[in-house]
Design a binder for this molecule. Structure first.
Ligand SMILES: *Cc1c(COP(=O)(O)O)cnc(C)c1O
Length: 404
């Protein structure tokens, strides 16, 4: 494959040495590679699969819709259903525009914020990720990602440290050209980093005071941390949010949602252009609607319980072996940062010992557990992991014994 597609992968995070694993099938929390080996999956496609692989109600919704038509280039009932499901759950979602990926959602949310405010710049978090377009890849800590990005595109993006109220305050007070703050309410692309007490509320207050739009990028946290995502969990309402991953039920998906007054600036009602051949396509919409309908309050409680059980046994195991590490968890997402005492922002995350994580990844892989290959990614649990928590704890402990 490496001769035909760069690195043998369709997205760079999937590559690892000497060779990525090629998966042939998945069912529940288990994936099977092309050689027939099974793994308990903790990567879960980087977030979409909150119901596990090939969930029966999602699979049958896809099959039914596939037989009825996959794209019309016109509005259709399934997309209206999905829009209703989203706006019924997400507090800020007075209106919703469906797109095809998280990248598309943040790209157009930023354009919309610029169009609405008439201002040019955005503020993002160091270590925050919002997809792979120019305006949001200019983080200093990710300098190697800047090749091919015109300096003009990057010059409109300011970065601050997550969880720093002072930095946010000074960037907002010091400038009058900022259209929006875009941030993951829980950092999910620098491992997992939860917000400090009242941090999000303070950011909300500061942005409101300065007339800057607040965009929560809930592509990971949306429909994962609660029915209404991080904005429900932390009780903070942004002006706009971006969604993706879970809302597609395992098919490519994205959405921009937010206040009516802003959303109505989008074409065809308003002057900010945004479009897509496959946007709102009925196949994704059917899968997404089926997935969201499965996710009851009880299931979120169950996910939280699994997350805390697994993380507490992982922490015990690290402590028993005298290993210095921070273990961050929010609900069903967690990550282990080796060699550091605590991780409160993207810079802390970058200081962790990634070599030890790679050793762990490899040993876990050999013992039949597929973690995300890179240290700054997230382990995700699904509703199907319940019966495997014990095996995951024991597997982790056995691997740590070998690493020590
Ligand atoms: C995955 C992700 C994106 C990009 O979504 P794609 O569907 O991969 O384009 C954007 N923002 C966050 C927070 C993400 O985790």
């Amino acid at each position: 494959m490496r001769g035909l597609t760069p690195g043998g992968v369709s997205s760079p995070v999937r590559a690892f040495e000497p060779c990525p694993v090629y998966f042939e099938k998945g069912r529940g929390c288990v994936v099977t590679d092309v050689d027939g080996n099974d793994y308990i999956d903790l990567c879960m496609a980087y977030g979409p699969l909150i119901l596990g692989h090939a969930h029966p109600s999602v699979a049958s919704a896809i099959m039914r819709q596939a037989e009825t038509g996959t794209v019309f280039g016109a509005p259709s009932p399934p997309e209206m259903e999905l829009v209703k499901e989203i706006s019924g759950r997400v507090t800020c979602a007075e209106m919703v525009r469906l797109v095809n990926s998280g990248t598309e959602a943040t790209m157009h949310a930023i354009r919309l914020a610029r169009g609405h405010t008439g201002k040019r710049c955005v503020v993002k978090m160091r270590g925050g990720f919002h997809g792979s377009h120019d305006a949001v890849l200019s983080d200093r800590s990710q300098r190697r990602l800047r090749n091919g990005i015109p300096s003009g595109a990057a010059s409109g993006t300011y970065t601050v440290d997550y969880n720093s109220e002072d930095q946010m305050e000074s960037v907002l007070e010091g400038r009058d050209d900022i259209a929006a703050v875009i941030m993951e309410p829980v950092l999910g692309n620098a491992g997992v980093v939860p917000p400090g007490k009242d941090y999000l509320k303070k950011v909300r207050r500061m942005t409101e005071r300065e007339g800057v739009l607040l965009i929560f990028d809930e592509v990971i946290t949306g429909f994962r941390l609660a029915r209404g995502g991080a904005q429900e969990l932390y009780g903070v309402k942004p002006d706009l949010c971006t969604l993706g991953k879970i809302m597609g039920g395992g098919l490519p998906a994205g959405a921009i949602a937010g206040r009516r007054e802003i959303m109505e600036k989008l074409a065809p009602v308003g002057p900010v252009y945004q479009a897509g051949t496959f946007s709102g396509n009925p196949l994704t919409a059917a899968a997404g609607t089926a997935a969201l309908r499965e996710m009851t309050k009880e299931r979120y409680m169950e996910l939280d319980r699994m997350g805390s059980e697994l993380v507490s046994s992982i922490s015990d195991s690290l402590e028993d072996r005298g290993v210095t590490a921070a273990v961050n968890v929010v609900g069903s997402m967690f990550q282990v940062f080796f060699g550091v005492g605590s991780v409160r922002n993207g810079a802390d995350a970058l200081r962790c010992d990634r070599q030890t994580y790679s050793d762990l990844f490899r040993r876990m892989l050999d013992s039949g557990i597929y973690m995300p290959p890179a240290a700054l990614e997230v382990n995700f649990l699904s509703t199907e992991h319940g019966s495997e928590i014990r095996r995951l704890s024991e597997g982790f402990d056995a691997c740590m014994r070998c690493i020590k």
